[in-house]
Design a protein around this ligand. Structure first.
Ligand code: SF4
Ligand code: SF4
Ligand code: FES
Length: 273
């Protein structure tokens, strides 16, 4: 993140002054927080991410989706009630009074390159690329720090035991924030290991989809060209309507006929609600 010239920023608390904002005209709703050691007062309802921006920081890194998915906003902080380092995603964590906070938008990690076609889905293959996983001492620090509440230590242990399916499943919700790597005494970069495991699992262990193969063949034969042409003639409103109410597999009230996109007509006629 970049400090957006906060030298003359009025949100910086100069003394015990309470910042008066539109929301604080009737009663004080601001809290003091420390951003990289400097004290600010910010509205108490803000997330850490918005508090940083409120305080005048312009975020060039350490922000992405603002919705808890991209993992760009890993944050560490402490509060007066505990000596423990706390963690969270800045876009999802609300400020606390007197918290000391800094973002950790990236934790250094060497990303290995490999050809997924040439690597077998085995523990040995993963260890050949990331040998440090054998140094795991099962301290569980990685699990305790994960903002996604993943069993991070188990991801590593299942990988070491060759159970890549389990490791892939356990790591499915990883947002690659890097907080686990920042705490690991074995210096493992868990999210890079996990993404390799998921790639191996999906490339070599999950059976190929027969439906997908059939569909690709049909597309190559232009089987759906008429439907595609028809969709291209619709205006934006019609397309939005079709998209928002389209039936999914198992939707009640309409039969999805094999290999035929016909339900847009039904929707436009008002037969599908
Ligand atoms: S496993 Fe690590 S990188 Fe993934 S979400 Fe948890 S702490 Fe972040
Ligand atoms: S923090 Fe590192 S050493 Fe500790 S359990 Fe997790 S992977 Fe193993
Ligand atoms: S900005 Fe994407 S997870 Fe916070």
């Amino acid at each position: 993140m970049a400090n957006n010239d906060i030298s003359d920023n009025s949100n910086v608390v100069q003394s015990n002054e309470v910042l008066v904002t539109e929301q604080t005209t009737s009663k004080p709703t601001t809290v003091p927080i420390f951003i990289m050691g400097k004290r600010y007062r910010v509205p108490s309802t803000l997330t850490i991410l918005k508090a940083l921006e409120f305080a005048g920081y312009r975020l060039l890194r350490g922000v992405g989706c603002r919705a808890g998915f991209c993992g760009a906003c890993a944050t560490v902080y402490k509060t007066p009630d505990s000596y423990k380092l706390k963690v969270g995603l800045a876009c999802q964590t609300v400020v606390e009074p007197e918290m000391w906070v800094t973002e950790l938008p990236f934790f250094p990690a060497v990303k290995k390159t490999y050809d997924i076609e040439k690597i077998p889905a085995t523990a040995e293959a993963v260890m050949a690329i990331y040998p440090e996983i054998a140094r795991c001492v099962a301290c569980n620090s990685c699990t305790r720090v994960c903002p996604q509440d993943l069993e991070v230590m188990d991801i590593i242990q299942e990988t070491l035991h060759g159970n890549l399916k389990k490791a892939a499943e356990l790591s499915f919700d990883c947002v690659m924030c890097g907080l686990c790597a920042s705490r690991c005494p074995a210096e493992i970069i868990h999210y890079n290991v996990a993404i390799l495991v998921r790639r191996l699992y999906n490339r070599h262990l999950v059976p190929n989809s027969t439906e997908l193969a059939v569909r690709i063949e049909e597309l190559a034969e232009n089987k759906y060209q008429n439907e595609v042409d028809r969709l291209k003639e619709l205006d934006e409103e019609q397309l939005r309507k079709i998209y928002s109410v389209r039936p999914r597999e198992g939707s009640p009230g309409i039969e999805l006929k094999t290999n035929r996109i016909y339900w847009d007509d039904e929707i436009m006629k008002g037969n599908v609600k």
